[in-house]
Each structure stands twice: as C-alpha cells, then as structure tokens.
Write a protein that binds this ligand. Structure first.
Ligand code: GRF
Length: 208
C-alpha cells in the first residue's frame, strides 16, 4: 500500500479528484495518510476532514524564520511516514532538505505543458493569463517529480487541452482542471502505486 500525503493551499479540487479516485478504485494500492495546508482557511482541509483524512495546517507565517519553518515542516512530514508526497496546488517552496530526503518521491501538478508557462511566478491564474497573452492554441497540465528547481523535475504525465476563442483565464483554468489535471494526477499516483514508474538519468520512465 502506497502511503501518500497531499499538500495543498487552496480549494482542493485536485485533492478531491484523488480522494474520489481512491474511493472508486481508479487509484489502487493507495492510502491517503494525511493532508497538510499552509493556509488555515483552505477549503481543501474541510474536504479532507469530511472524508476522515487527518488534516492540519503549518504556515511559514507562524515561524520567526524560514529555516525554523522548514525544519518543523520536514519533521511533520516524516511523522506521517509517506511513500509519496503529492503537491496539489501547494504554493510553498519545498525545502531543499525535503527534496533530498524524498528524492523522486514528490510529485507536483502544474497547469501548463511544461516547459511552457512554468517556473517562478507562474502559478494559479497567472499561468492561464500568460498562455492567452501568447495566443497558444493548446495548453494543458503536467505531473512532474520535484527537484531543487521550480517546475524543472522529470516529467511524468502531460495532457493537452484546447484553447477556445473567447476564453478568459478563468474559463481556461476550469477546462484545464476538468480535462487534464483531475485526470492525470490520479493516473500518476496509480502508476506509482503499482510500481510502473522509475526515474532514470533524470527522466521518468513508465513501464507498460
Ligand atoms: C491547480 O490549477 C494546480 O494545477 C495548481 O494550483 C491549482 C490548485 O487548485 N498548481 P485546487 O486547490 O486543486 O482546486
């Protein structure tokens, strides 16, 4: 059984997609051991508690320094003994020590086709604003492993989504979530839980 801990900051629709996929059997061999948010009022925490999943908040704002936060954050994660950390709309930079401790065991969902519209400053609606400003006709979502950079780790899954004329950042964000994010994040977890993924020479390889 793969023990996952999901890290969130906001509404938690990706978390919900994972919860639903575990319940329906689209994700197998997986137990959600906990949900952690940096934001006390994140609706994602409510979603977790409604499903009986231990959920708590740890925020950099409650610590004097980022170093202090980072070390308490890492300890809290270790107490949950996760096999995989899932970043589902988590807006805090993962400390280098955590990347090291959980090398190739942290995945993130990003709402574009990496390497487009990613890196520092590209989060939430900003990603979709940039895609519309550039006039791309296809965008999408990416699940990737987390390394020391921002959105630079090995790419595991991607799914393209059409940009439609008249799209606003909000309509595009919604379509990318519905057609891509809520599908490939559960799919990625299921692949990992069933031993189908390995990282080789900096690239994620999926076994058929
Ligand atoms: C998603 O678009 C995700 O790709 C991004 O943040 C958003 C989180 O949405 N990283 P939600 O909290 O899962 O609803």
């Amino acid at each position: 059984m793969l023990r996952i801990v999901v890290l969130v900051s906001g509404g938690g629709t990706n978390l919900q997609a994972v919860i639903d996929a575990v319940s329906s059997g689209r994700i197998t061999n997986t137990e959600i051991a906990g949900v952690i948010s940096n934001n006390k009022s994140a609706y994602a925490l409510t979603r977790a508690r409604q499903h009986g999943i231990p959920a708590e908040c740890i925020s950099p704002k409650d610590f004097g320094t980022r170093e202090e936060f980072n070390s308490v954050f890492l300890e809290k994660i270790k107490e949950l003994c996760p096999d995989l950390l899932v970043l589902a709309g988590f807006l805090v930079v993962i400390p280098a020590a955590m990347v090291e401790e959980y090398r190739n065991r942290i995945i993130n969902i990003h709402p574009s086709l990496i390497p487009s519209f990613c890196g520092t400053g590209y989060y939430g609606l900003k990603v979709h604003e940039a895609a519309l400003a550039r006039g791309v006709k296809l965008t999408g979502a990416t699940v990737h492993f987390v390394d020391e950079g921002t959105d630079t780790g090995p790419i595991l899954l991607q799914k393209a989504v059409e940009v439609k004329s008249g799209d606003t950042p909000e309509t595009l964000q919604r379509r990318v979530m519905e057609e891509a994010e809520w599908k490939i994040l559960p799919q990625a977890i299921d692949l990992i839980a069933n031993g189908k993924v390995r990282v080789e020479n900096g690239a994620a390889v999926i076994e058929s």
